[in-house]
Design a protein around this ligand. Structure first.
Ligand code: FES
Length: 422
Protein backbone atom coordinates (compact mmCIF):
# COMPACT_ATOMS: atom_id res chain seq x y z
CA UNK A 1 0.00 0.00 0.00
CA UNK A 2 1.28 3.44 -0.88
CA UNK A 3 1.59 5.26 2.47
CA UNK A 4 1.01 8.56 0.70
CA UNK A 5 -2.50 7.52 -0.28
CA UNK A 6 -5.17 9.27 1.75
CA UNK A 7 -7.43 7.12 3.93
CA UNK A 8 -10.43 8.37 1.98
CA UNK A 9 -8.90 7.40 -1.35
CA UNK A 10 -7.86 3.98 0.00
CA UNK A 11 -11.45 2.99 0.76
CA UNK A 12 -13.11 4.92 -2.04
CA UNK A 13 -15.81 3.09 -3.98
CA UNK A 14 -16.59 4.66 -7.37
CA UNK A 15 -18.83 1.87 -8.62
CA UNK A 16 -22.07 3.82 -8.12
CA UNK A 17 -20.73 6.63 -10.28
CA UNK A 18 -20.48 4.37 -13.36
CA UNK A 19 -23.49 2.71 -15.00
CA UNK A 20 -23.54 0.88 -18.36
CA UNK A 21 -24.35 4.14 -20.18
CA UNK A 22 -23.61 6.99 -17.77
CA UNK A 23 -20.61 8.29 -15.84
CA UNK A 24 -20.62 10.89 -13.11
CA UNK A 25 -18.54 13.98 -13.79
CA UNK A 26 -17.01 13.95 -10.30
CA UNK A 27 -14.73 11.16 -11.54
CA UNK A 28 -12.86 13.85 -13.45
CA UNK A 29 -12.60 16.37 -10.63
CA UNK A 30 -12.49 14.54 -7.27
CA UNK A 31 -8.92 14.60 -5.80
CA UNK A 32 -9.65 11.41 -3.85
CA UNK A 33 -10.56 9.64 -7.07
CA UNK A 34 -7.29 10.82 -8.59
CA UNK A 35 -5.32 9.49 -5.59
CA UNK A 36 -7.13 6.17 -5.85
CA UNK A 37 -6.34 5.99 -9.60
CA UNK A 38 -2.63 6.48 -8.88
CA UNK A 39 -2.82 3.52 -6.53
CA UNK A 40 -5.19 1.14 -8.31
CA UNK A 41 -4.35 1.87 -11.96
CA UNK A 42 -0.81 3.21 -12.11
CA UNK A 43 0.76 1.47 -9.08
CA UNK A 44 -1.06 -1.86 -9.12
CA UNK A 45 -1.39 -2.09 -12.90
CA UNK A 46 0.71 -1.89 -16.03
CA UNK A 47 1.30 1.40 -17.79
CA UNK A 48 3.47 2.41 -20.72
CA UNK A 49 6.88 3.97 -20.00
CA UNK A 50 8.70 4.28 -23.32
CA UNK A 51 10.07 2.54 -26.37
CA UNK A 52 13.41 0.78 -26.65
CA UNK A 53 14.32 2.89 -29.69
CA UNK A 54 14.48 5.95 -27.45
CA UNK A 55 17.59 4.62 -25.68
CA UNK A 56 19.64 2.99 -28.45
CA UNK A 57 23.11 3.28 -26.85
CA UNK A 58 24.62 2.25 -23.52
CA UNK A 59 23.87 4.90 -20.89
CA UNK A 60 21.10 6.55 -22.91
CA UNK A 61 18.15 7.57 -20.74
CA UNK A 62 14.86 9.35 -21.08
CA UNK A 63 12.87 10.86 -18.24
CA UNK A 64 9.28 9.69 -17.71
CA UNK A 65 6.68 9.24 -15.01
CA UNK A 66 4.85 6.14 -13.90
CA UNK A 67 1.71 7.68 -12.48
CA UNK A 68 3.27 10.65 -10.69
CA UNK A 69 6.59 8.94 -9.91
CA UNK A 70 9.58 10.23 -11.90
CA UNK A 71 11.53 7.40 -13.53
CA UNK A 72 14.33 6.90 -16.02
CA UNK A 73 14.18 4.50 -18.94
CA UNK A 74 17.83 3.43 -19.24
CA UNK A 75 19.96 1.25 -21.54
CA UNK A 76 22.41 -0.67 -19.34
CA UNK A 77 25.92 -1.86 -20.22
CA UNK A 78 24.49 -5.34 -20.82
CA UNK A 79 22.23 -3.85 -23.48
CA UNK A 80 19.06 -4.31 -21.44
CA UNK A 81 16.45 -1.59 -21.04
CA UNK A 82 15.48 -0.97 -17.43
CA UNK A 83 13.35 1.47 -15.45
CA UNK A 84 14.78 3.22 -12.37
CA UNK A 85 13.42 5.77 -9.95
CA UNK A 86 14.79 9.20 -10.82
CA UNK A 87 15.31 9.79 -7.11
CA UNK A 88 18.45 9.42 -5.04
CA UNK A 89 18.16 6.66 -2.44
CA UNK A 90 19.85 8.90 0.15
CA UNK A 91 17.60 11.91 0.63
CA UNK A 92 15.55 11.84 -2.50
CA UNK A 93 17.11 14.40 -4.82
CA UNK A 94 16.14 14.07 -8.47
CA UNK A 95 19.12 12.57 -10.27
CA UNK A 96 18.55 13.58 -13.90
CA UNK A 97 16.92 16.77 -15.04
CA UNK A 98 15.88 17.40 -18.61
CA UNK A 99 14.12 14.94 -20.87
CA UNK A 100 17.00 12.74 -22.07
CA UNK A 101 20.75 12.26 -22.01
CA UNK A 102 23.63 9.79 -21.94
CA UNK A 103 25.47 8.93 -18.73
CA UNK A 104 28.15 6.46 -17.67
CA UNK A 105 26.57 6.46 -14.21
CA UNK A 106 24.14 8.57 -12.22
CA UNK A 107 25.72 10.87 -9.64
CA UNK A 108 23.62 12.84 -7.17
CA UNK A 109 24.32 16.56 -7.03
CA UNK A 110 23.65 16.82 -3.27
CA UNK A 111 26.16 14.53 -1.53
CA UNK A 112 27.66 12.71 -4.48
CA UNK A 113 26.28 9.19 -4.18
CA UNK A 114 26.86 7.48 -7.51
CA UNK A 115 24.77 4.72 -9.07
CA UNK A 116 25.45 2.25 -11.88
CA UNK A 117 23.22 2.22 -14.95
CA UNK A 118 21.48 -0.75 -13.35
CA UNK A 119 20.70 1.31 -10.23
CA UNK A 120 23.17 -0.26 -7.76
CA UNK A 121 24.98 2.13 -5.44
CA UNK A 122 28.61 2.20 -6.62
CA UNK A 123 30.30 4.96 -4.65
CA UNK A 124 29.77 7.40 -1.79
CA UNK A 125 32.16 10.20 -0.80
CA UNK A 126 32.04 9.26 2.91
CA UNK A 127 31.13 5.95 4.56
CA UNK A 128 27.47 5.08 4.80
CA UNK A 129 26.10 5.53 8.31
CA UNK A 130 24.70 3.05 10.81
CA UNK A 131 25.28 -0.24 9.07
CA UNK A 132 22.97 0.16 6.09
CA UNK A 133 24.14 -2.28 3.44
CA UNK A 134 24.94 -0.76 0.06
CA UNK A 135 22.71 -3.35 -1.58
CA UNK A 136 19.73 -1.82 0.21
CA UNK A 137 20.58 1.59 -1.14
CA UNK A 138 20.10 0.90 -4.81
CA UNK A 139 17.75 3.11 -6.76
CA UNK A 140 14.14 2.14 -6.34
CA UNK A 141 12.50 0.50 -9.33
CA UNK A 142 9.15 -0.93 -10.39
CA UNK A 143 8.86 -4.54 -9.25
CA UNK A 144 7.85 -5.61 -12.74
CA UNK A 145 9.09 -4.26 -16.07
CA UNK A 146 8.34 -5.98 -19.34
CA UNK A 147 8.26 -5.21 -23.03
CA UNK A 148 6.40 -6.19 -26.16
CA UNK A 149 7.69 -5.36 -29.65
CA UNK A 150 9.95 -2.68 -28.11
CA UNK A 151 7.17 -1.05 -26.05
CA UNK A 152 8.27 -0.99 -22.39
CA UNK A 153 5.71 -1.16 -19.58
CA UNK A 154 6.06 -1.00 -15.80
CA UNK A 155 3.97 -2.33 -12.93
CA UNK A 156 5.37 -0.78 -9.72
CA UNK A 157 3.61 -3.14 -7.30
CA UNK A 158 4.58 -6.24 -9.27
CA UNK A 159 1.18 -7.73 -8.56
CA UNK A 160 -0.61 -7.18 -11.84
CA UNK A 161 0.25 -10.54 -13.39
CA UNK A 162 2.02 -10.92 -16.75
CA UNK A 163 2.11 -8.01 -19.18
CA UNK A 164 0.83 -10.36 -21.88
CA UNK A 165 -2.30 -10.82 -19.80
CA UNK A 166 -2.86 -7.09 -19.44
CA UNK A 167 -2.35 -6.53 -23.16
CA UNK A 168 -4.48 -9.50 -24.07
CA UNK A 169 -4.84 -10.68 -27.64
CA UNK A 170 -6.27 -7.30 -28.61
CA UNK A 171 -3.47 -5.18 -27.18
CA UNK A 172 -0.79 -7.42 -28.65
CA UNK A 173 -2.44 -7.27 -32.07
CA UNK A 174 -2.43 -3.48 -31.95
CA UNK A 175 1.26 -3.30 -31.04
CA UNK A 176 2.13 -5.95 -33.64
CA UNK A 177 0.22 -3.95 -36.21
CA UNK A 178 2.15 -0.73 -35.42
CA UNK A 179 5.52 -2.50 -35.52
CA UNK A 180 4.70 -4.51 -38.65
CA UNK A 181 4.28 -1.27 -40.62
CA UNK A 182 8.06 -1.05 -40.59
CA UNK A 183 9.73 -3.39 -43.09
CA UNK A 184 12.32 -4.19 -40.41
CA UNK A 185 9.81 -4.32 -37.54
CA UNK A 186 11.62 -1.41 -35.93
CA UNK A 187 10.02 1.82 -34.79
CA UNK A 188 12.03 4.98 -34.26
CA UNK A 189 10.80 7.37 -31.59
CA UNK A 190 13.81 9.64 -31.81
CA UNK A 191 12.17 12.73 -33.30
CA UNK A 192 11.55 14.23 -29.87
CA UNK A 193 8.46 14.61 -27.73
CA UNK A 194 6.20 17.60 -27.44
CA UNK A 195 4.31 17.89 -24.16
CA UNK A 196 1.03 19.78 -24.09
CA UNK A 197 -0.17 20.64 -20.58
CA UNK A 198 -3.91 20.91 -20.26
CA UNK A 199 -6.14 21.94 -17.33
CA UNK A 200 -8.23 18.81 -17.68
CA UNK A 201 -8.38 15.27 -16.33
CA UNK A 202 -6.24 12.52 -17.92
CA UNK A 203 -9.27 10.33 -18.70
CA UNK A 204 -10.71 13.04 -20.92
CA UNK A 205 -7.64 12.67 -23.13
CA UNK A 206 -7.89 8.89 -23.16
CA UNK A 207 -11.49 9.26 -24.32
CA UNK A 208 -11.07 12.23 -26.66
CA UNK A 209 -8.16 10.60 -28.48
CA UNK A 210 -10.47 7.67 -29.22
CA UNK A 211 -13.80 9.36 -29.83
CA UNK A 212 -15.17 8.94 -33.34
CA UNK A 213 -18.30 10.98 -32.69
CA UNK A 214 -16.78 14.46 -32.57
CA UNK A 215 -14.79 14.60 -35.79
CA UNK A 216 -17.35 16.35 -37.97
CA UNK A 217 -18.29 18.94 -35.39
CA UNK A 218 -15.24 19.74 -33.23
CA UNK A 219 -12.74 19.59 -36.10
CA UNK A 220 -15.00 21.19 -38.73
CA UNK A 221 -12.55 24.03 -39.31
CA UNK A 222 -9.78 21.57 -40.13
CA UNK A 223 -11.82 19.83 -42.82
CA UNK A 224 -12.59 23.22 -44.39
CA UNK A 225 -8.91 24.12 -44.78
CA UNK A 226 -7.70 20.57 -45.47
CA UNK A 227 -10.29 18.81 -47.64
CA UNK A 228 -9.65 15.40 -49.14
CA UNK A 229 -8.22 13.62 -46.11
CA UNK A 230 -8.88 9.94 -45.46
CA UNK A 231 -11.43 10.94 -42.80
CA UNK A 232 -13.90 12.19 -45.40
CA UNK A 233 -14.91 8.67 -46.37
CA UNK A 234 -13.97 7.14 -43.03
CA UNK A 235 -15.91 9.41 -40.69
CA UNK A 236 -17.41 12.53 -42.27
CA UNK A 237 -19.55 11.26 -45.13
CA UNK A 238 -22.71 10.90 -43.04
CA UNK A 239 -23.74 8.14 -40.68
CA UNK A 240 -25.50 6.06 -43.32
CA UNK A 241 -22.53 6.03 -45.70
CA UNK A 242 -19.69 5.65 -43.22
CA UNK A 243 -18.81 1.98 -42.71
CA UNK A 244 -15.98 2.51 -40.22
CA UNK A 245 -16.41 0.92 -36.82
CA UNK A 246 -15.11 1.21 -33.29
CA UNK A 247 -14.00 -1.73 -31.18
CA UNK A 248 -13.77 -2.43 -27.47
CA UNK A 249 -10.94 -4.96 -27.31
CA UNK A 250 -11.26 -5.56 -23.57
CA UNK A 251 -9.01 -4.59 -20.63
CA UNK A 252 -9.71 -0.93 -21.46
CA UNK A 253 -7.99 -1.17 -24.86
CA UNK A 254 -10.20 0.61 -27.39
CA UNK A 255 -9.91 1.29 -31.09
CA UNK A 256 -11.37 3.37 -33.91
CA UNK A 257 -11.31 1.35 -37.14
CA UNK A 258 -11.17 4.23 -39.61
CA UNK A 259 -9.40 1.96 -42.10
CA UNK A 260 -12.67 0.20 -42.93
CA UNK A 261 -13.93 3.44 -44.47
CA UNK A 262 -10.88 4.41 -46.53
CA UNK A 263 -11.49 4.68 -50.27
CA UNK A 264 -7.98 3.71 -51.39
CA UNK A 265 -4.78 2.20 -50.04
CA UNK A 266 -2.17 4.50 -48.49
CA UNK A 267 -4.94 7.02 -47.75
CA UNK A 268 -3.46 7.22 -44.23
CA UNK A 269 -0.18 8.50 -45.70
CA UNK A 270 -1.87 10.97 -48.02
CA UNK A 271 -0.11 9.66 -51.07
CA UNK A 272 -0.10 6.91 -53.69
CA UNK A 273 2.03 3.84 -54.33
CA UNK A 274 4.16 5.47 -57.01
CA UNK A 275 5.45 8.06 -54.49
CA UNK A 276 6.58 5.40 -51.98
CA UNK A 277 7.42 2.53 -54.31
CA UNK A 278 10.51 1.62 -52.29
CA UNK A 279 8.39 1.30 -49.13
CA UNK A 280 5.80 -0.86 -50.90
CA UNK A 281 8.56 -3.13 -52.22
CA UNK A 282 10.33 -3.41 -48.87
CA UNK A 283 7.11 -4.10 -46.96
CA UNK A 284 6.07 -6.75 -49.48
CA UNK A 285 9.46 -8.43 -49.25
CA UNK A 286 9.37 -8.40 -45.46
CA UNK A 287 5.76 -9.33 -44.73
CA UNK A 288 4.62 -11.21 -47.80
CA UNK A 289 2.15 -9.90 -50.34
CA UNK A 290 -1.03 -10.60 -48.36
CA UNK A 291 0.01 -8.96 -45.08
CA UNK A 292 1.71 -6.10 -46.95
CA UNK A 293 -1.48 -5.34 -48.90
CA UNK A 294 -3.46 -5.41 -45.66
CA UNK A 295 -1.03 -2.96 -44.02
CA UNK A 296 -0.92 -0.68 -47.05
CA UNK A 297 -4.69 -0.38 -46.83
CA UNK A 298 -5.10 -0.16 -43.07
CA UNK A 299 -2.06 1.95 -42.22
CA UNK A 300 -1.43 2.38 -38.50
CA UNK A 301 -3.86 1.63 -35.65
CA UNK A 302 -5.86 4.33 -33.90
CA UNK A 303 -6.21 2.98 -30.40
CA UNK A 304 -5.66 3.34 -26.67
CA UNK A 305 -3.63 0.77 -24.77
CA UNK A 306 -5.06 1.26 -21.28
CA UNK A 307 -4.33 3.42 -19.44
CA UNK A 308 -1.86 5.83 -20.98
CA UNK A 309 -0.57 4.81 -24.43
CA UNK A 310 -2.29 6.29 -27.45
CA UNK A 311 -1.40 4.75 -30.80
CA UNK A 312 -2.49 7.82 -32.75
CA UNK A 313 -1.95 6.49 -36.26
CA UNK A 314 1.47 7.89 -37.28
CA UNK A 315 1.85 9.50 -33.85
CA UNK A 316 2.32 8.01 -30.45
CA UNK A 317 1.20 9.75 -27.27
CA UNK A 318 1.66 9.25 -23.54
CA UNK A 319 -1.09 10.58 -21.30
CA UNK A 320 0.53 11.75 -18.06
CA UNK A 321 -1.77 12.35 -15.08
CA UNK A 322 -0.62 15.36 -13.05
CA UNK A 323 -3.62 15.98 -10.79
CA UNK A 324 -7.38 15.60 -11.01
CA UNK A 325 -7.46 18.73 -13.15
CA UNK A 326 -4.09 18.66 -14.93
CA UNK A 327 -2.71 16.41 -17.66
CA UNK A 328 0.30 16.47 -19.95
CA UNK A 329 -0.27 14.93 -23.38
CA UNK A 330 3.17 13.99 -24.74
CA UNK A 331 3.39 13.04 -28.38
CA UNK A 332 5.95 12.12 -30.99
CA UNK A 333 5.78 11.00 -34.63
CA UNK A 334 5.83 7.26 -35.22
CA UNK A 335 8.87 7.05 -37.49
CA UNK A 336 9.60 3.69 -39.10
CA UNK A 337 12.85 1.77 -39.39
CA UNK A 338 13.83 0.43 -42.81
CA UNK A 339 12.26 3.26 -44.83
CA UNK A 340 13.73 6.19 -46.76
CA UNK A 341 14.40 9.52 -45.02
CA UNK A 342 11.77 11.02 -47.31
CA UNK A 343 9.12 8.65 -45.95
CA UNK A 344 9.82 9.65 -42.36
CA UNK A 345 9.97 13.35 -43.30
CA UNK A 346 6.44 12.97 -44.65
CA UNK A 347 5.36 11.42 -41.33
CA UNK A 348 7.04 14.25 -39.42
CA UNK A 349 5.27 16.93 -41.49
CA UNK A 350 1.91 15.21 -40.95
CA UNK A 351 2.55 15.12 -37.22
CA UNK A 352 3.51 18.79 -37.06
CA UNK A 353 0.28 19.73 -38.82
CA UNK A 354 -2.03 17.73 -36.58
CA UNK A 355 -0.50 17.60 -33.13
CA UNK A 356 0.69 20.07 -30.51
CA UNK A 357 -0.73 23.35 -29.29
CA UNK A 358 -0.20 24.92 -32.73
CA UNK A 359 -1.48 21.95 -34.74
CA UNK A 360 -4.83 21.61 -36.44
CA UNK A 361 -6.28 18.80 -34.29
CA UNK A 362 -5.11 18.82 -30.69
CA UNK A 363 -6.07 22.40 -29.74
CA UNK A 364 -9.69 21.53 -30.55
CA UNK A 365 -9.59 18.46 -28.31
CA UNK A 366 -7.82 20.41 -25.55
CA UNK A 367 -10.49 23.10 -25.62
CA UNK A 368 -13.33 20.57 -25.35
CA UNK A 369 -11.61 18.78 -22.45
CA UNK A 370 -10.91 22.01 -20.65
CA UNK A 371 -14.55 23.08 -20.97
CA UNK A 372 -15.65 19.71 -19.58
CA UNK A 373 -13.33 20.21 -16.60
CA UNK A 374 -14.81 23.65 -15.95
CA UNK A 375 -18.37 22.41 -16.33
CA UNK A 376 -17.89 19.46 -13.96
CA UNK A 377 -15.99 21.49 -11.35
CA UNK A 378 -18.99 21.96 -9.05
CA UNK A 379 -21.14 19.04 -7.97
CA UNK A 380 -20.49 17.25 -11.23
CA UNK A 381 -23.58 15.91 -12.92
CA UNK A 382 -23.96 12.87 -15.14
CA UNK A 383 -22.41 12.33 -18.56
CA UNK A 384 -24.37 10.33 -21.16
CA UNK A 385 -22.51 7.58 -23.05
CA UNK A 386 -25.45 5.71 -24.54
CA UNK A 387 -24.83 6.35 -28.23
CA UNK A 388 -25.02 3.06 -30.12
CA UNK A 389 -25.70 0.93 -27.04
CA UNK A 390 -28.58 -0.86 -28.72
CA UNK A 391 -26.75 -1.67 -31.95
CA UNK A 392 -23.30 -2.77 -30.81
CA UNK A 393 -22.49 -6.41 -31.52
CA UNK A 394 -20.02 -8.97 -30.28
CA UNK A 395 -17.24 -10.23 -32.55
CA UNK A 396 -15.66 -12.91 -30.40
CA UNK A 397 -15.13 -11.10 -27.10
CA UNK A 398 -14.85 -7.65 -28.74
CA UNK A 399 -17.78 -5.26 -28.76
CA UNK A 400 -18.10 -3.47 -32.09
CA UNK A 401 -20.15 -0.40 -32.98
CA UNK A 402 -20.36 2.30 -35.62
CA UNK A 403 -17.27 4.52 -35.54
CA UNK A 404 -19.37 7.32 -34.09
CA UNK A 405 -20.79 5.16 -31.30
CA UNK A 406 -19.71 5.34 -27.68
CA UNK A 407 -18.95 1.63 -27.54
CA UNK A 408 -15.29 2.55 -26.90
CA UNK A 409 -16.13 4.98 -24.08
CA UNK A 410 -18.26 2.31 -22.42
CA UNK A 411 -15.41 -0.19 -22.85
CA UNK A 412 -12.95 2.21 -21.23
CA UNK A 413 -15.23 2.84 -18.25
CA UNK A 414 -16.18 -0.83 -17.88
CA UNK A 415 -12.54 -1.72 -17.36
CA UNK A 416 -11.93 1.37 -15.23
CA UNK A 417 -14.77 0.34 -12.93
CA UNK A 418 -13.34 -3.15 -12.62
CA UNK A 419 -9.81 -2.05 -11.69
CA UNK A 420 -11.03 0.78 -9.44
CA UNK A 421 -13.33 -1.42 -7.39
CA UNK A 422 -11.54 -2.15 -4.09
FE1 FES B 1 21.62 12.22 -3.04
FE2 FES B 1 22.43 12.85 -0.62
S1 FES B 1 20.50 13.21 -1.54
S2 FES B 1 23.56 11.88 -2.17
Amino acid sequence: MNPALSAVAASLDVSERITPDRVHGSLYTDPDVFDAELQRIFHRGWSFVGHESEVPGVGDWVSRRVGRDPVLLVRTRAGEVTVLANRCAHRGVQLCTGSSGTNGSFSCMFHGWTYALTGELRAVPQPIGQGTAAAELALDRPRAVDRYRGFVFANPSGGAGPLAEHLGVGGRELLDWAADLSPTGELDLSAGWLGQRSPSNWKMWAESDNDGYHLGRLHASLWRVAPGTQYESAALAGEERVVSTCRDRGNGHIELEFWKGYDKDLAWLGTGREKVADYVAALTAARGAERAEELLWKGPPHALIFPNLFLGEMNLAIIEPVSAGQTIHHHTPLLLGGVSPGFNTRVLRQSEAAMGPAGFLLPDDATASERMQVAFAGTGGWMDLSRGLQREVFEGTDRVGHVSDETVNRGFWRHYRAVMTP
